[in-house]
Ligand binder design. Structure first.
Ligand code: GLY
Length: 252
């Protein structure tokens, strides 16, 4: 059960952030509306939401998930793997410091929170262009000290691990059809996401609900069939900047 989330408002420089998508320039009014709706959805899921002010120096800084890994007992301040995002974690450290015992990923390690997935007592670390081996080894050491089982898996052709894989709980795992290390997840009930609905692989379980991006009916149906209540959110302006549901918050 999550009780808290940290989000950060998108800055007016948002459109200058990093993206590989060819979906056009985001409309800032719409970005703000979609972000507000995201916060309302978290509140509906029973979460107390801490909303941080925007930081125009970091256009990608609304994607707070990449800056830390959090559990109820401790947090790990990440070290973003793209130099343009290095420094976003400083403000998050200040916010988390009074709330959780903190650990740190240190140079030469790089690690984005979007590459880290918790599935009950296991953590998966995706080795992507953002998360390197030293970063993954440091994280493994910290998580193992808290008795989690930790696994590293390669990530190919995706920005982050959780762009293609997300754990819903109850042994249910959303998995994009082309995910390169699919066989690492054979013990789960896999809900395979088609190419057409790839963006919906980044759906997010929050307490009694699963939040999904709007416009992916097959995925929505599969999630509902599992018995979850679904909240659909329009995320077009975040998709334009390679952002998804999970990366917009830190939940614990
Ligand atoms: N635009 C999000 C990222 O590249 O990290």
């Amino acid at each position: 059960m999550f009780t808290r989330a940290i989000v950060r408002k998108p800055a007016h420089t948002y459109a200058n952030g990093i993206t590989t998508s060819n979906l056009g320039k985001p409309d800032f009014d719409l970005v703000q509306k979609q972000h507000d709706a995201y916060c309302e959805a978290l509140i509906k899921c029973g979460i107390e939401v801490v909303v941080l002010e925007p930081d125009p120096n970091f256009p990608d800084s609304c994607f707070v998930e990449d800056t830390a890994i959090v559990t109820k007992d401790f947090g790990i301040i990440a070290r973003p793997g793209d130099p343009r995002r290095l420094g976003e974690e400083v403000e998050i450290k200040k916010v988390l410091e009074p709330l959780l015992k903190l650990h740190y990923i240190e140079e030469p390690g790089t690690l984005d929170g979007g590459d880290i997935m918790q599935a009950d007592n296991k953590f998966y670390i995706g080795l992507s262009n953002r998360t390197n081996l030293p970063g993954s080894k440091q994280l493994k050491k910290i998580l193992s000290s808290y008795n989690y089982d930790v696994f590293s898996v390669p990530v190919c052709n995706l920005l982050h691990f959780k762009t293609g894989v997300n754990y819903l709980g109850d042994n249910n795992l959303l998995l994009h059809k082309e995910f390169c290390s699919k066989d690492d997840f054979n013990s789960y009930n896999k809900i395979i996401i088609s190419d057409e609905e790839e963006y919906a692989a980044n759906s997010l379980r929050v307490n009694d609900y699963v939040i999904t991006p709007k416009g992916f009916p097959e995925t929505k149906k599969s999630i509902e069939k599992l018995g979850y209540k679904v909240i659909e959110l329009e995320l077009s302006e975040f998709q334009k900047m390679d952002g998804g549901l999970s990366c917009l918050s830190l939940r614990f």
